[in-house]
Design a binder for this molecule. Sequence first.
Ligand SMILES: [Cu+2]
Length: 140
Amino acid sequence: MNRPGIWQLFAAVLLGFLAFAGHAAAQEQRAFFVEPKDGAEVRSPFKVVMGVEGMTIKASGGVVAGTGHHHILINQGPMRGGKVIPTDKTHLHYGKGQTEASIELPPGDYTLTMQFADGLHRSFGKKMAHTIKIKVLPAK
Ligand SMILES: [Cu+2]
């Protein structure tokens, strides 16, 4: 009988389970601002970095399950799921699959919402959105 062998096997199974559980948790779907942080003070133009988990970034065009692209909505909250995001000065599309952008805004307080949406720009709703507040400072 090789008792240490059995305990090693037990430990390996336990570690495997923990790794699986951790992976499952990481697969939770969310979209978020990496940069700027909520409450940040920035000067124009400022850099925005967009992140997504549990979905894949794909250029706009067709609808492929589990994929989409980023949008930034200026001075508004998330858009209802299924609603097509308009294209104008306050609804910015990153339809080439960009994860970084440079944004220019006049000085002031802003609410920015990062909204993930499908290949036809249909919002994935609040669960795939992240809203932050920032202050754009006057140019130096
Ligand atoms: Cu779009």
